[in-house]
Design a protein around this ligand. Structure first.
Ligand code: BG6
Length: 507
C-alpha cells in the first residue's frame, strides 16, 4: 500500500494553517458579540501569526465614525477580552488594515462606498479580493444586507477569488422561518460559501468527542445500547439573561441552545464513524442521527421547562427573570428547558438522550455524560456494592475541560466494599498550550474555507423538526414552572427523570 503524500493532504497538521490574502467586513460592530468575541478573536489570530500580513477589517454600522474611531472600538475590545497578551507591533500592523463605512443597511450609497473600500484594500493591502462578510446582526436584517451585497456586486468574484458570508444563530425561530432564511442566503451565495456559526463546534472538547470515539479502540465497542443506559447532555449557566432581554424574550432556552449547540453535541455523540474528517462526511453522519431522532409520545412527561425566580448566584442575591429590565411581566419565555430524544437506530434503540440547559443554575458547566448499564451480575454481597452507582464517562466541555471515567473500586480494608472512583484527564494538566477560543478556530476556518465545523442547512432544518413539536406543545400548555436562581431547575425536570428511574447528574 502506498502511503498518502502528506503534501497533497490539506489536513496534514504539518502544513501551516495560515489564512491566505483576505479581509473581513463586519456588520454589527457595536454589538456584544463583536466586542466580546469576534474582535478579540481576530486580534488573537493575528497575534498567533495566523492571519495574512495584509489582513483588513472593515466595520459597517450606523455611526458617524472615522476609521480611527472604529480602531479605538476594536482596541478597547481587544484590551478587555483578548486571550493573548497585547503586543504593540501586532496591533500596529493589524490596525493599519482597519476601515469604517458608515451607513444604514438600506443605504445604497454606503454599500457603494463599501464596494470601493473593498477594492481599495485589494490594491493597498493585497487582500486579493477575498472577503468574508460577517453578519453579526439580528436575522431580521439578513435579507436586506445580503440583497445589498448582491446589488452592489460585493458577492461577485472572479475564478481565483472567494466571497463568503458568515451568519450567527438563531437560524430562524422554527422550521418554516429557517427555510425562508436559507432561501435568502442561498439566493446570493452558493451553499459552500455560507458559514453558519455554532460556536460550540469550535470548542476543543467538542471536537475531542470525535477524537475520543474514532481515534481509539476502547470506547467504540461499548458505545451502543448494549452497554449504554442513557446519555445526559447538560449546558448549565449561572448567569441570567444580562442585558440581552431584547434577544432572549420570546426566544427562550430551547431555541437559544437546544436547537443548535445541544442537538449538535447529541449528533456528535450518536453518529457513526464518518468516512473522513471532511465536511461532507461529517454532515452526512450528523444528518442521519438528526433524521432518526424521535420524541416520546407524552411531551408532558418527557420535557420540562422553567423560568428563574429570584435567588442566589455567586453568593449574591439576584432578581427573577420577570423582574429583569426589558422583560414583560407576563413573559412565558423559558430560561430552562429539558427534553428527551430517542435516536431510532440499531445502535441506540431504547437509549434516551436527555438534553437540558438553563440560566441561573447552580454553576456554569457543560458536559456530556454517557451513563452505562449496571453490570449484569454482581458476585458480591449486596452490602459490598450498595454505594456503587452506574459507570459513566463524562466529557467536560467547560469550564474544567477534560474527561472523567467513573467506575467501582475496592475500598482499602478487610471487608469487600466497592465504591465509585474517578479517573480523570484534564486538558490543563496534560497539555501546556491553552485551548484557543472557539471563535478563533471558527474565524480561521472561514478564512481558510474549511467547512467541517459549520452546520449545513439540512442539519438546521432537521433540528427544527425535532424541536418544533415541543415548542408547539409548550405554547399551548400554560407557563413554564418557576425555579429558584442558583438551584438545578424546576421540580418538573427532576420528576421527568425520576419517572424513568434516573436522576440528573449534579456536576
Ligand atoms: C450562546 C447563547 O449561543 O451561548 C447564550 O445564545 C449563552 O445564551 C452562550 O450564554 C453560552 O456560550 P458559552 O461559550 O459561554 O458556553
Amino acid at each position: 500500500m502506498t502511503s498518502p503524500n502528506p503534501l497533497r493532504d490539506p489536513q496534514d497538521r504539518r502544513l501551516p494553517r495560515i489564512a491566505g490574502p483576505c479581509g473581513m467586513v463586519l456588520f454589527g460592530v457595536t454589538g456584544d458579540l463583536s466586542r466580546k468575541k469576534i474582535m478579540p478573536a481576530i486580534y488573537d489570530l493575528a497575534n498567533r501569526g495566523l492571519l495574512p500580513p495584509g489582513f483588513s477589517l472593515v466595520g459597517f454600522a450606523r455611526r458617524d465614525w472615522e476609521d480611527q474611531d472604529f480602531a479605538q472600538i476594536v482596541h478597547d475590545a481587544v484590551e478587555q477580552y483578548a486571550r493573548t497578551p497585547f503586543r504593540e507591533e501586532v496591533w500596529k500592523q493589524l490596525s493599519e488594515g482597519f476601515r469604517f463605512v458608515p451607513g444604514n443597511f438600506d443605504d445604497d450609497a454606503a454599500f457603494e462606498q463599501l464596494r470601493r473600500t473593498v477594492e481599495e484594500l485589494d490594491q493597498l493591502r493585497g487582500t486579493g479580493g477575498n472577503m468574508a462578510f460577517y453578519l453579526a446582526i439580528p436575522p431580521g436584517f439578513f435579507g436586506t444586507v445580503v440583497g445589498q451585497l448582491k446589488e452592489h456586486g460585493l458577492a461577485d468574484r472572479t475564478a481565483d477569488q472567494w466571497r463568503r458570508v458568515v451568519v450567527e444563530k438563531p437560524f430562524g425561530h422554527d422550521l418554516e422561518s429557517a427555510r425562508e432564511l436559507n432561501d435568502i442566503l442561498a439566493g446570493v451565495f452558493p451553499s459552500g460559501s455560507i458559514f453558519r456559526i455554532d460556536h460550540y463546534l469550535g470548542k476543543e472538547t467538542v471536537q475531542n468527542i470525535l477524537a475520543i470515539r474514532f481515534a481509539n479502540n476502547m470506547f467504540e465497542p461499548i458505545w451502543n445500547s448494549h452497554y449504554v443506559d442513557h446519555v445526559q447532555i447538560t449546558m448549565a449557566e449561572d448567569i441570567g439573561i444580562g442585558g440581552r432581554a431584547g434577544y432572549y424574550d420570546g426566544i427562550g432556552a430551547a431555541r437559544d441552545v437546544i436547537q443548535n449547540h445541544l442537538l449538535q453535541l447529541m449528533a456528535l455523540v450518536a453518529m457513526e464513524e464518518p468516512l473522513a474528517f471532511d465536511a461532507e462526511s461529517l454532515r452526512m453522519e450528523k444528518q442521519k442521527v438528526l433524521a432518526s431522532a424521535q420524541l416520546p409520545p407524552r411531551l408532558d412527561l418527557t420535557t420540562a421547562r422553567g423560568q428563574y425566580a429570584a435567588g442566589w448566584a455567586g453568593g449574591e442575591k439576584v432578581i427573577g427573570f420577570l423582574e429583569e429590565e426589558g422583560i414583560k411581566k407576563t413573559s412565558t419565555t423559558e430560561t430552562f428547558a429539558a427534553i428527551t430524544v430517542h435516536v431510532d437506530t440499531r445502535r441506540w434503540a431504547g437509549v434516551p438522550f436527555y438534553l437540558r440547559t438553563g440560566k441561573r443554575l447552580g454553576r456554569r458547566v457543560t458536559e456530556v455524560a454517557i451513563v452505562f448499564k449496571r453490570a449484569p451480575h454482581l458476585p458480591f454481597s449486596q452490602t459490598a456494592t450498595e454505594d456503587l452507582s452506574q459507570n459513566a464517562l463524562v466529557i467536560r466541555v467547560q469550564p474544567d475541560e477534560g474527561m472523567t471515567m467513573r467506575f467501582g473500586a475496592k475500598v482499602p480494608g478487610t471487608a469487600m466494599e466497592i465504591r465509585d472512583v474517578n479517573m480523570d484527564f484534564a486538558y490543563g494538566g496534560t497539555f501546556t498550550e491553552a485551548s484557543p477560543e472557539a471563535y478563533e478556530k471558527l474565524i480561521l476556518d472561514v478564512l481558510l474555507g474549511d467547512p467541517p465545523l459549520f452546520p449545513q442547512h439540512e442539519e438546521v432544518e432537521l433540528s427544527w423538526k425535532i424541536l418544533d413539536p415541543i415548542l408547539d406543545y409548550w405554547a399551548k400548555h400554560g407557563k413554564p414552572d418557576s425555579y429558584e436562581s442558583g438551584t438545578w431547575g424546576p421540580e418538573s425536570a427532576h420528576k421527568m427523570l425520576a419517572r424513568e428511574g434516573r436522576t440528573w447528574r449534579r456536576p
